[in-house]
Design a protein around this ligand. Structure first.
Ligand code: S1T
Ligand code: MG
Length: 544
């Protein structure tokens, strides 16, 4: 079989688990797009704006625990992607950015090219800051090794990478890309580390386990649930790790969110005298909103291929190697106390009660009880917090970096990857950013159920700063635009209307449904209220 740089790259992506490409073409990347379409190696989904391409590819990576791929043109296209890639970097999603680039002869002309910023390498420099490995494929002889190096780094570090293909080289003949080589872990070191971790857990009087996103990124949910079941210790997920273990038998307490979350879970995690943190990103939304704070000196942190406790550091131990080594020697620790699982509110009134944010979890928990759980994509704003009050299910949400606009493209990606209809929870402000992308659903047969929480407000910001009028938004009547985008819209104001709109959406799998839920300004879910007051308390403490 003969390869070009483009087809060698496409095969390498597929061999490493990528199953589709999201993109938006431009002249610098047209040769690569032609190869995508004509080779048929991976399916291509085009969207309408690059931020959405980035969010969708990132979500595909998250939901499939594999590489996501975003393909864009040089300059105007790629720079439009930077924020989405930054989010993927911060939240550890292995997003492969493929950008077209100027050809060698064009670069030699000495003229400024269209889409060029300061210099031809400005774009490369910008992406260096938001990716963990980069290359420009300027030589067919070195391209296969460069592609392997960059893609394998994305897989092993679970972070975005950048590949630029000069447009005059996309069709050049080259060798196939070497097969991936799993990053090596020293198994003796992993065993020694596992023994020390278990010894510390055994010697503690109230140990606990907190699991974060790396469990999903590295496809370790199964093994971690097995380990947790053997150990019999209380287990919670971080905010970012919410949705982990959905549908498994693991006795999970729920999601830890400091003083903004369930007080029982906060007590267990904050009072632990040895907290095993498995793949949890240490950030303010994960850990900062807490009055008491976790004692990091007594914690064991396995993250970013290293394990740290106290002043000890075991470098180069992947989470997988640690978990496997622990599973080999783990035994039950003490007599686990019966664990109290988080309980979620149910029972939406079937009457004309005016809708408030607290009704959304009732409606969705009832729906999932009746029809089984569905995956959820939640945007920033109250949607993120309403998501915390819904039964554990697969969830894609940018809980840390918190860029608005992800949920609609992420919901479309969930639909593409899993073939299941997702629920998208999105505020009116966030919907204004990327809601138009729904117009691409009919092309690919995607049928998400999109719930737009229309409070005519940037309500989350209002909860930090109540007095300002610039948080007010106009009423855009989002349900009315659904038919022209190829979907069905319903605008609901009462509990009964919401219930019936959800049932109607579920019964009609032929198109996307947009349910515009009218909510009052000045009201939020209980979870956002607690989060905002925890944040306010922390800033008061800092001021004092
Ligand atoms: N721009 C982007 C891309 N992401 C952001 N997170 C922000 C700005 C700041 C921001 C928030 S929350 C919020 C903004 C503008 C308002 C969200 O409004 P809406 O989607 O209507 O949801 P709700 O009314 O439920 O709050 C955060 C805190 O960073
Ligand atoms: Mg709003």
């Amino acid at each position: 079989m003969s390869y070009t740089i483009s087809t060698a790259l496409l095969h390498a992506l597929k061999d490493r688990g990528a199953d589709r490409i999201f993109g938006l073409p431009g002249d610098f990347v047209l040769p690569f797009f032609r190869s995508i379409a004509e080779s048929g190696i991976l399916p291509l989904h085009t969207l309408s704006h690059e931020p959405s391409v980035g969010y969708a590819a990132d979500a595909a990576a998250r939901i499939g625990s594999t590489l996501g791929v975003a393909t864009v043109t040089y300059g105007a296209g790629a720079l439009n992607l930077v924020n989405a890639v930054a989010q993927a970097y911060a939240e550890k999603s292995p997003l492969v950015v493929i950008s077209g680039g100027p050809g060698a002869d064009e670069a030699k002309l000495g003229l400024s090219l269209h889409h060029q910023v300061k210099s031809l390498s400005s774009q490369f420099e910008i992406f260096r800051e938001v990716t963990c490995a980069q290359c420009i494929l300027c030589d067919p002889a070195t391209a296969p090794a460069e592609i392997a190096r960059v893609l394998d780094t994305a897989v092993s570090l679970s972070r975005p990478v950048y590949i630029e293909i000069p447009r005059d080289i996309a069709d050049a003949a080259c060798d196939p890309v070497p097969a991936s080589v799993p990053a090596a872990t020293d198994s003796d070191a992993a065993r020694a580390c596992a023994a020390e971790v278990l010894h510390r857990l055994l010697s503690a009087s109230s140990p606990a386990i907190l699991v974060g996103v790396e469990a999903r990124r590295y496809g370790l949910e199964e093994k971690i649930s097995e380990l947790c079941s053997v150990l019999g210790l209380p287990v919670a997920t971080s905010f970012m790790g919410r949705g982990l273990f959905a549908g498994r038998t693991l006795p999970l307490l729920g999601t830890y969110l400091g003083s903004a979350g369930d007080p029982h879970i906060s007590t267990v995690i904050e009072r632990a005298d040895c907290l095993l943190m498995l793949g949890a990103i240490v950030c303010d939304t994960n850990f900062g909103v807490s009055g008491r704070k976790i004692d990091m000196r007594a914690a064991i942190r396995a993250l970013d291929r290293s394990v740290v406790f106290g002043h000890h550091l075991y470098p180069d131990i992947s989470l997988e190697a640690l978990i496997e080594a622990m599973l080999d020697i783990a035994e039950p620790i003490g007599n686990p106390v019966p664990q109290k699982r988080a309980e979620y509110p149910r029972g939406l009134p079937d009457d004309d009660t005016a809708l408030e944010p607290s009704h959304l979890p009732l409606a969705l928990n009832d729906l999932f009880d009746d029809h089984g759980p569905m995956p959820i994509a939640a945007d920033v704003g109250d949607s993120l917090f309403i998501g915390l009050e819904i039964t554990d299910t697969q969830l894609i949400a940018p809980g840390y970096y918190a860029s608005m606009g992800m949920a609609v493209p992420a919901g479309m990606a969930i639909n593409a990857v899993t073939g299941r209809r997702p629920i998208v929870l999105v505020g009116d402000g966030a919907f204004q950013m990327t809601g138009w992308e729904l117009g691409n659903c009919p092309t690919y047969g995607w049928t998400p159920i999109v719930i737009v929480l229309n409070n005519r407000s940037w309500e989350m910001l209002r909860s930090f700063q109540p007095e300002q009028r610039y948080h007010n938004l106009r009423d855009w009547h989002f349900a009315d635009i659904a038919p022209s985008l190829g979907g069905k819209g319903a605008r609901v104001k009462t509990c009964a209307e919401l219930k019936h709109a959800l049932e109607a959406a579920l019964a009609d799998c032929s198109r996307f449904h947009l349910i515009e839920v009218m909510l009052p300004r000045g009201k939020t879910s209980g979870s956002l209220r607690k989060f905002a007051s925890a944040i306010r308390q922390i800033s008061v403490m800092k001021d004092e």
